[in-house]
Design a protein around this ligand. Structure first.
Ligand code: GLY
Ligand code: MN
Ligand code: MN
Length: 457
């Protein structure tokens, strides 16, 4: 199955559009407008590498810039739902400089739209298409508001011709968020492959590591493997942090030299056919963990195992974070890095000195993917601590999460020196299944013995 070419899978995208149209129709109908991302200027006459908008791509499979999708729900009987693409016209001169454009005629045919038009006609046609529609659906805050407002204003001026302007504006984000949260078979097939490539890249970087190299050398190994295996790019800026840098959560690979006795933390994943993977591994620069590094590492691994066990259909999204907090807090007390009882250190949030982030997030087209984390039907309690004001939602088959507990130990008078500058995070990508879960990223070693064996080889 060639997953790299969306035109071989147009039924996948047509099914998603039909599902969204059915929901719009059930909610009273209307017209939806979704633009792809703009091209971004970098400097002089250079652009940043182009990346389409995730919602637009999810519904179209169309990756060219300068495109928009319009969906019209129809009334369910007399008028059929429509799915209309706006894209750039063919242009021989521009295609010589910038590359192939499908143009509306070929795009309509190959991607299976009801109709397709030149993007140059978007504003004019949008106004016509909005006439007599009760509701405009858009991604609020996505920058379309101005053009929609202009179209509505023009329609109001013409209402004497019988063209009524829409009277309600509704947000598409919750509908698309819910859809994107549950991955279909097509998405899971791509995400499995993305996980496999990213795992291979981590193995390559671990094998290449030795004291004296610099962080960017390992970043280059990751990138080499991503591209060698056909991934478009990293899904986010790769983190390669050694020594004290392993304790900086949003560090990027820099030029720090990797020193004997330090740990190296790599958080990196490729983007394949638009889908992110997200793996973190931590290993000793010289291939052999010190006693303190091993103690912290095995504690984080135990926390990750406890968390992964809580990733099951019917459990709450918050359960796996809470499992990691309990395991880490218990271990920190045993290592004498925290004092008091486990319940006391959880209650007082004392563990946050060493574990200050959540245990994971949704993963998909975006590395921090779309979809609500809360149970929107649960009561809101403004008196509760921030994270507990509303219950988190239940996990269900098809959701994909990362599980990424960590401990970050910075130099401090009350911490024995052997623990200083040990930052450890272990992150894998987990699919919730009917009966449990599937780990997409175990192609890269995770136990102390496996990592030491790989680095010896
Ligand atoms: N690398 C981004 C994250 O782990 O959430
Ligand atoms: Mn990550
Ligand atoms: Mn992550």
């Amino acid at each position: 199955m060639d997953l790299s070419n969306p035109t071989r899978h147009i039924a996948v995208y047509q099914r998603r559009r039909a599902a969204l149209l059915a929901q719009m129709q059930a909610a009273g109908g209307g017209i939806a407008v979704i633009e792809t991302a703009p091209e971004l200027h970098r400097n002089a006459d250079s652009e940043f590498p182009y990346r389409f908008d995730s919602n637009f791509y999810y519904l179209t499979g169309f990756s060219e810039p300068g495109a928009a999708l319009v969906l019209i729900a129809g009334d369910g009987s007399r008028t059929a739902p429509q799915s209309i693409l706006f894209c750039r016209e063919k242009n021989e001169e521009r295609e010589i400089w910038d590359g192939y454009r499908h143009g509306p005629v070929a795009a309509r045919e190959l991607f299976g739209f009801t109709a397709a038009h030149d993007i140059e006609s978007f504003e004019t046609k949008l106004k016509e298409l909005m006439a007599n529609q009760p509701t405009v659906w858009a991604l609020m805050g996505a920058g379309l508001d101005g053009r929609i407002a202009k179209g509505i204003e023009l329609l109001r001026e013409r209402s004497r011709n019988g063209q009524l302007a829409p009277t309600s504006l509704r947000d598409l984000a919750p509908l698309l968020g819910e859809m994107r949260l549950i991955k279909d078979a097509h998405e899971l097939a791509i995400m499995r492959e993305a996980g496999r490539i990213s795992a291979a890249a981590h193995v390559r970087a671990m094998r290449a590591c030795k004291p004296g190299l610099r962080e960017y050398h390992l970043e280059a190994e990751l990138l080499y493997e991503f591209r060698r295996q056909g991934a478009e790019s990293p899904a986010y800026t790769s983190i390669v942090g050694t020594g004290a840098n392993s304790c900086i959560l949003h560090y990027r690979a820099g030029n720090t030299e990797i020193r004997n006795g330090d740990v190296v933390l790599i958080d990196a994943g490729c983007e394949l056919h638009g889908y992110a993977s997200d793996i973190t591994r931590t290993f000793p620069a010289n291939g052999k963990f010190t006693g303190e590094q091993k103690a912290i590492y095995e504690l984080v691994l135990a926390a990750q195992e406890a968390s992964i066990a809580a990733v099951r259909s019917g459990r709450r999204f918050s359960d796996y974070h809470e499992a990691s907090v309990r395991t880490l807090t218990d271990g920190l007390i045993q290592l004498k890095l925290l004092e008091g009882s486990v319940d006391g250190a959880i209650e007082s949030l004392a563990y946050r000195r060493f574990y200050m982030h959540g245990a994971g997030h949704w993963l998909g087209l975006d590395v921090h993917d779309a979809g609500e984390y809360m149970d929107v039907n649960a009561p809101y309690n403004s008196e509760a601590p921030e994270a507990k004001r509303r219950a988190r939602r239940l996990l269900a088959p098809g959701m994909v999460v990362t599980v990424e507990p960590g401990l970050y130990i910075r130099p401090a008078k009350d911490v024995p020196e052997g623990f200083w500058n040990i930052g450890v995070r272990i992150e894998d990508d987990i699919v919730v299944t009917e009966t449990g879960h599937e780990n997409l990223t175990r192609g890269v070693p995770v136990t102390v013995a496996e990592i030491e064996a790989l680095m010896r080889s």
